[in-house]
Design a protein around this ligand. Structure first.
Ligand code: ZN
Length: 132
């Protein structure tokens, strides 16, 4: 295993919200580190040392593994431990404070977006949905 390649793939999978890959890659890197394998450079190109990289890689992988499981285990892909802040992708209208209410109001295509600026979920509000 090349832990640097795995780490880079994990970050790419996270940013693309490819949760199956996030789960597999974080588990693979945790297994590798658990066997004493050398860590990836987590803050490339800054070299902070092997001890730092082991701790950062392990913590990030455990977080990514837990979060990807929550997304994949929920039938709607909504992780239960993330505050529900929803924005419409078309009109930027802010949605209600829960997934259930958003569904009742007719929102569609609600997706978890971990890299959002202030929102954690993107969707299509009922007004924009009816306009299409
Ligand atoms: Zn809208």
């Amino acid at each position: 295993m090349d832990p640097q390649t795995t780490w880079d793939m994990l970050l790419r999978a996270w940013s693309r919200r490819e949760w199956d890959d996030v789960l597999d890659l974080s588990q693979a890197l945790l297994d590798w580190l658990g066997k004493g394998g050398f860590p990836p450079e987590t803050n490339y190109p800054t070299e902070l040392g092997s001890d730092w990289n082991v701790v950062v890689a392990r913590a990030a992988c455990e977080f990514a593994l837990r979060r990807s499981r929550l997304v994949l285990d929920d039938p709607n892909g909504i992780p239960a431990d993330v505050p529900f802040v929803l924005i419409c992708t078309k009109c930027l209208h802010e949605g209600p404070e829960s997934f259930a209410t958003a569904m009742k109001q007719g929102w569609a295509n609600i997706q978890y977006v971990p890299a959002g600026a202030s929102e954690n979920f993107l969707g299509l509000c009922c007004r924009c949905r009816n306009r299409d």
